[in-house]
Design a protein around this ligand. Structure first.
Ligand SMILES: [Fe+2]
Length: 435
């Protein structure tokens, strides 16, 4: 560990960290093993969640054939919404209840995998929709028992959803995202085939790649797990437990890989080496943040994606405005890291260095600036929007964004510095534009 004092053990505080893992199968062609993996989990009739775009791709047919070859009946639900909502989660759960499925397969980006998690939860466990939604927005109740098996096949290089027990959605009445978190929702398999990245539009590659970068940076700079009071029970130990040696190892390598490959992967679709490497970086970052937590950039992102009104990026559905998840994270990230850097400056500097920044003469007081400036350089090199102003927000929106982000306490509590509503107003103003 680069800082021997980061995990200082204190009487009464936590001394144990968890590593909760999806069983990962990674590599080109692994999709052909999907049927065998499903059979190994006892699945004979699977609800297959996807979206219409993914369902039209040759690799999707390869996946379905792999299921059929092993005698697994695949019943397809291709109506998953990109950036799902509470309504689309309910619709997906209704499909899951409509027939006797003994397992779930999700083939898509984070929206698809999250939707399958929610469909599995709500079709298995009775209760009100808000029962399992994170407190204080929902009741935050524990999932009462095991869910049915779920094999997640990510098609983008970013969300890491195949490796987390988190499902994120837009709560329409709140105009912001929130989520459901439970170890019970951790998929049983992550079937990760880098060939999916070869056909991704550049904007999707950029948005998802920056999401992965921020997952790794947020997990690396999260409060250390040793700063929490000791958990009274194993179920009381939160999934966002804070930075720990296990997540650090994964996040450092994710940042190193992303620093080498993201710009190439976005700007050159035929650069399969770079695109495949970003799939690996996203996998590492997904396991890393799934076992540590995210903080301020993600908390700031949720109201941005929930309130976007006039932004239609290439490569995404054109029927309504959208700020894709990773894009909503990265447009806030430079401002956020400038603010969080005093909490653990050495880790912010290290993050910048791993991404390829020259940090030679940087003092601890420079850490936030060094990291923010390097992210801005990567954003400009990949055509990312210039702050939240670049996706259509103006000064008028700042108060509402700050109020909504304040509700993201589950994320904010993991930040290495305290964050109040007044801070969020200042941060959104700073995030309006960077260059
Ligand atoms: Fe994310």
């Amino acid at each position: 560990m680069n800082c021997c004092h980061h995990y200082q053990l204190t009487p009464g505080n936590e001394q144990v960290f968890s590593a909760d893992l999806t069983r990962i199968r990674y590599g080109c062609g692994v999709l052909q093993e999907l049927g065998q993996e499903a059979r190994a989990l006892g699945i004979r009739r699977a609800a297959v969640y996807t979206d219409r775009l993914v369902a039209s791709l040759p690799l999707f047919q390869e996946a379905i054939e792999a299921l059929c070859c092993e005698g697994v009946e695949a019943v397809i639900y291709d109506e998953v919404r990109v950036e799902p909502t509470d309504i689309s989660f309910r619709d997906a759960a209704a499909f899951a209840k409509s027939s006797a499925f003994d397992g779930f397969v999700s083939i898509g980006g984070g929206s698809v995998i999250d939707t399958a998690k929610a469909a599995n939860l709500y079709s298995t466990c009775p209760g009100d929709f808000m029962d399992y939604v994170n407190a204080p927005i929902g009741q935050g109740l524990a999932v009462p028992g095991p869910l049915r098996p779920h094999l997640a096949c990510p098609t983008t290089a970013g969300t890491g959803s195949e490796s987390t027990g988190i499902a994120v959605f837009d709560l329409l009445e709140m105009k912001s995202k929130t989520g459901i978190s439970s170890r019970a929702m951790l998929p049983d398999r992550g079937i990760i085939d880098p060939r999916w990245t070869e056909s991704l539009p550049a904007t999707v590659m950029a948005a998802t790649g920056f999401d992965a970068i921020s997952h790794a940076l947020e997990a690396l700079t999260a409060k250390p797990f040793t700063s929490r009071p000791r958990s009274e029970s194993i179920s009381g130990r939160p999934m966002p437990q804070g930075a720990n040696p296990f997540s650090d190892t994964l996040c450092r390598e994710a940042l190193r890989q992303a620093g080498w490959y993201l710009v190439r992967a976005v700007n050159e679709a035929a650069d399969h080496e770079a695109r495949h490497a970003m799939m690996y970086a996203a996998t590492l970052a997904g396991v890393g943040f799934g076992n540590a937590g995210c903080h301020l950039p993600h908390a700031m992102s949720y109201p941005v994606s929930g309130r976007v009104q006039n932004y239609f990026p290439d490569g995404y559905p054109e029927d309504e405005p959208i700020c894709p998840h990773g894009m909503s994270v990265i447009v806030n990230a430079p401002a956020a890291y400038r603010f969080t850097a005093p909490g653990c400056p050495e880790r912010h500097t290290e993050g910048a260095q791993l991404l390829g920044a020259d940090t030679g003469d940087a003092e601890p007081a420079d850490a936030g600036t060094v990291l923010a400036q390097h992210l801005e350089k990567m954003m400009r090199a990949t055509g990312a929007p210039n702050g939240i102003g670049g996706v259509g927000f103006t000064e008028d929106a700042v108060d509402g964004l700050a109020k909504a982000a304040t509700a993201q306490q589950r994320l904010l509590l993991v930040a290495p510095v305290a964050v109040e509503e007044a801070d969020l107003k200042m941060l959104y103003r700073e995030a309006l534009s960077y260059w």
